[in-house]
Each structure stands twice: as structure tokens, then as C-alpha cells.
Design a protein around this ligand. Structure first.
Ligand SMILES: Cc1cc2nc3c(=O)[nH]c(=O)nc-3n(C[C@H](O)[C@H](O)[C@H](O)COP(=O)(O)OP(=O)(O)OC[C@H]3O[C@@H](n4cnc5c(N)ncnc54)[C@H](O)[C@@H]3O)c2cc1C
Length: 461
């Protein structure tokens, strides 16, 4: 079918104003996936009913649908092709209910995370999931990628914080799974199927999330350590000292730390260290988080596990610390577009893994640089390699990053970003043949015509 015919078809059911194509589409930013709009058609429904009608029409005419959230996904999950339609939830963007006593928020899938932060803050609550892309990512995208982020150590991933969902299946059936109860063991917990499915099983239209009390105080420290082992020692001490009050524990290797601090024009620390970390703690009861963290750092200095460190004395200083970690786009600004990886390992294997990839990258791709940082407390490393190589060389870098995982047990090629198109050929490294064929069976049961984001995550549908 031609683009104009597809537009006419859907304009008949959701109105011409909600069908974007041609110049109007060309003006849009495709986000972190340059092929987001290759389909040439973007549908922007305003209600679950319209999403359902679109799915029925798409099914009848065999037009696959690629769901779009905030387009911050990093694995090409929103890429579309001619003959398909992209569907954005941007017009379904209302926070429906905030109930601090029940401890939950109900919002449309197109609501941006920052909107949720703003809506819950006056109640002294938050949703427990926070990512650097908070200004653009939507709740639907967050649920579909089972996002992790900087507080997963304390609150878990998106899956652990989602109480319920509303989902439109590929045949247009509306599945109301908007559970609000913390305890609900009535049969299969179907929402879990759609969390992390990257839009391959249906379109999420509403999300119910748990709310957590905001801590009365926050303590944030930037530290430098003499070795990775010393940083692990600090992590263990932080777990023992702060228990559930430990919210984030991040790491940055010198390549990344020196690049971002150089670019931002502020190192905050004086000493050159082997590795850098960010510790964030919350304080709900007695005590002052900043003071507790200052004492904790003093102990680390004494024991020699911390070589340098600073505790934020204001929100501005806290933001300056987090900016060093969160402004990973600086790698692209400084070196041109880079390749981005998101692996997971047991903590004890991380230093050896980083040494292996760095040594192979400098031997086999000497023109490229690598930058390593991540959510250390979760065993989740981000590796950026830039400048992006010529297409033939991409596989060489993939083989180094993923190949090095094979020396270890209990690893993953995707700790939090998902599989999309980008990591499809490496899925079998992290999931057994039996697990992959079970995924394919689930896909066939819910989407027998393969209309929901086809080609993402799984091959052979
Ligand atoms: C600077 C930066 C930092 C980041 N940091 C983190 C991090 O710390 N942790 C982390 O986990 N991720 C991180 N990400 C990745 C990204 O922000 C997350 O994956 C986010 O959850 C994607 O949400 P989105 O709304 O942008 O989804 P999109 O990018 O629009 O879509 C992502 C996937 O979800 C599907 N999808 C989107 N909406 C729906 C829907 N309503 N129903 C069904 N399927 C849907 C899409 O088809 C696609 O497959 C980061 C990205 C950037 C750019």
C-alpha cells in the first residue's frame, strides 16, 4: 500500500489531524533511532478506543504497527519500514490519579517521566524509577523496555514498580490489567508479559505505578578510589552502613570521567584515581544524610579505600555531581556518534572484563576510544566506543564487547536497554534455545499475524 492510501485509511478512523506524514513528519526529530520515521506515516491517537480501532484496521489490512514513546531507546526498537505505521502515544499524556495513601499513580502511557516526578513531588512521593532521559521518556516506553536507571539498586527496575497496565492487543482487544493492589495473586500476572516486550506483544496505553515516600534528606558524594577492588570495598561498606537507605552506587572509569569533567570544566576532585564513583543515600528517620555520608567518607579515607571525595552541600552541587555521570551525550559531542553497549556481569568479574575489552579494543581498533561507566551496584556497565566505525567494523566491536562476556558465567548482553534490532543477533548469548522458543510461542499466541513491532527482539516470527 502507498503512504497516501495508508494515511487515508487511518484518517478515516482517527481524523486527518492525527495522521502525520510528508513535510510535517520530516520536521520531527527521530530521537536516538534514525529510522524511526522510515514508514512515512505516524499515527497520534487520542484515546485507548482509537488505539484499538487502529489495531483492528491494521490487522485487517496487514499493516504492522511500531509503537513510539519518547524515542530515547538505544537499541533501534522504534525503527519502522515502508508499509508499516509508527504510532505515538504523545496525545495520551494525562496523569489520571495520584493516591498517596494507597501509594499509586495512574497515568496515560504517553506521560513523560518528568511529568510524573512533578505530579508526585507535592505529595512527598516518587515512583522509584529515574533515568537521565527523564525529560523525554514516556511511561509506555519505560514499561516496554523495563527500564532500570540510577535508583534500581534501591527500588528495582520498572517491573518492580509497575502495579498494573492497560494494553491493546494486536487484534484490537483492550486488556484491562490496571491493578492497583500491592497483593493480587488471582491467576497469571499478565502485565509482566508486556513489561520489557518492547512493543512486540501489544501497545501499552495506561500504567499504574507504585509510589514511594521521598526521603527527608539526600546525601550525594563523588569519590575517587585507588582501584576497582577498593571501590567494591566501599560498595560493601555502604550496603552495611546504610542498608535500604543506599539509593545509587555508580562507577566511572577514568576515560569517561576525564572526558565529561573536561567538557563540563569542573573535576570536583583533585586527585587522579583509578576509578570514580557516586554514592547517593536517602535518610527517612533521624540523622542528617550529608553528615552520615561525610563520616562514611572519612572512614574510607582512613582505611585507604577512598583516595579523594566530596559530599554535595546543596542541590546545585548534587546536580553538578550527577551531571558528570549523566551527560553521556558528551561522548558523541566530543568524538562523533559512538556505539553504545549495556552489558551485565557479576560484580567480581567486572574489573577483569573491562581490562579485556580495553586491551582488545586498543589492539584491534586503535583509532577508537572506549568510555566505561554504569550502575555498578547493579552489575550494569555502559560501554561507549567512538567514533562509530565503518559499517563492516561494527561487527568487530560487537564481537569484542560481547565476545569478552563469554569468559564469565551469568552475564547479559542487555542489562537494561533491551534487544530491539540492535542486539537481536546476540540474544542467544543471554537466553537458552528453550527460553527463546518459549518467547516465540508467546509471540505467536498473542500476535499470530506478526503485526506488533515485527522483527524486534526475535527472529523467525
Ligand atoms: C541519555 C540517556 C540515558 C539513558 N539512561 C538509561 C538508564 O539509565 N536506564 C535505562 O533502562 N535506560 C536508559 N536509557 C534508555 C531509554 O531512555 C529507556 O529505554 C526508556 O525507557 C525508553 O523510553 P521511551 O519512551 O523513550 O521509548 P522509545 O524509545 O520510544 O521506545 C522504546 C521501545 O518501547 C516500545 N514502546 C514505546 N512506547 C510503547 C508503548 N506505549 N507500548 C508498547 N511499546 C512501546 C518501542 O516500540 C521501542 O521498542 C537512556 C537513554 C538516554 C538517551
Amino acid at each position: 500500500m502507498q503512504v497516501t492510501d495508508i494515511c487515508d485509511l487511518f484518517a478515516g478512523c482517527i481524523g486527518v489531524e492525527n495522521v502525520v506524514s510528508g513535510e510535517r513528519l520530516a520536521l520531527r526529530n527521530p530521537g536516538y533511532c534514525e529510522d524511526s520515521f522510515v514508514s512515512g506515516v505516524l499515527l497520534t491517537p487520542i484515546s485507548t478506543e482509537q488505539v484499538s480501532q487502529i489495531c483492528k484496521l491494521a490487522q485487517a489490512h496487514q499493516i504492522p504497527i511500531v509503537p513510539h514513546g519518547g524515542l530515547t531507546g538505544l537499541v533501534q526498537g522504534t525503527a519502522s519500514k515502508p508499509g508499516q505505521v509508527a504510532l505515538s502515544l504523545e496525545n495520551m499524556n494525562s496523569v489520571r490519579e495520584v493516591d498517596p495513601i494507597q501509594g499509586m499513580i495512574v497515568a496515560d502511557a504517553g506521560v513523560v517521566l518528568q511529568q510524573v516526578i512533578d505530579a508526585t513531588e507535592p505529595h512527598g512521593m516518587h515512583v522509584g524509577v529515574d533515568l537521565p532521559s527523564r525529560g523525554s521518556l514516556t511511561l509506555g516506553g519505560m514499561a516496554s523496555t523495563n527500564a532500570g536507571g540510577i535508583q534500581a539498586l534501591r527500588y528495582g527496575m520498572a517491573r518492580d514498580n509497575i502495579l498494573g497496565l492497560e494494553v491493546v492487543l494486536p487484534d484490537g482487544t483492550v486488556l484491562d490489567l490496571t491493578n492497583r493492589l500491592v497483593k493480587n495473586n488471582a491467576g497469571y500476572d499478565l502485565k509482566q508479559l508486556f513489561i520489557g516486550a518492547e512493543g512486540t506483544l501489544g501497545i501499552i496505553t495506561k500504567v499504574v505505578m507504585r509510589l514511594h515516600s521521598k526521603p527527608a534528606g539526600i546525601g550525594t558524594a563523588l569519590i575517587g578510589c585507588p582501584s576497582a577492588d577498593a571501590l567494591f570495598d566501599v560498595l560493601l561498606s555502604a550496603k552495611q552502613s546504610f542498608g535500604g537507605g543506599l539509593i545509587s552506587f555508580e562507577a566511572m572509569w577514568p576515560d569517561y570521567f576525564n572526558l565529561t569533567t573536561g567538557h563540563l570544566g569542573n573535576r570536583l576532585l583533585e586527585t587522579e584515581c583509578a576509578i570514580y564513583g557516586i554514592i547517593e543515600i536517602g535518610q527517612w528517620g533521624a540523622g542528617d544524610a550529608q553528615e552520615l555520608l561525610t563520616e562514611f567518607l572519612a572512614d574510607g579515607f582512613e582505611r585507604g579505600t577512598i583516595a579523594d571525595g566530596v559530599v554535595a552541600q546543596s542541590d546545585t552541587q548534587r546536580q553538578a555531581i550527577w551531571q558528570i555521570r549523566e551527560d553521556s551525550d558528551i561522548v558523541d559531542t566530543a568524538h562523533g556518534p559512538s556505539l553504545s553497549y549495556d552489558v551485565g556481569l557479576l560484580l567480581r568479574d567486572i574489573p577483569d572484563y573491562v581490562a579485556r575489552i580495553k586491551s582488545r579494543l586498543s589492539a584491534e581498533c586503535p583509532e577508537m576510544e572506549s568510555f566505561v561507566f554504569g550502575h555498578l551496584g547493579d552489575g550494569n556497565l555502559h560501554v561507549m566506543v567512538g567514533p562509530a566505525p565503518a559499517p563492516g567494523q561494527h561487527a568487530t566491536v560487537d564481537n569484542i564487547i560481547y565476545g569478552a562476556l563469554e569468559a564469565f558465567h551469568h552475564t547479559t548482553v542487555s542489562a537494561e536497554h533491551g534487544i530491539g534490532l540492535e542486539k537481536k543477533s546476540h540474544l542467544s548469548q543471554s537466553r537458552s534455545p528453550e527460553a527463546i522458543s518459549t518467547m516465540l510461542e508467546i509471540k505467536k499466541a498473542l500476535d499470530p499475524s506478526n503485526m506488533a513491532n515485527p522483527g524486534k527482539i526475535l527472529s523467525g516470527q
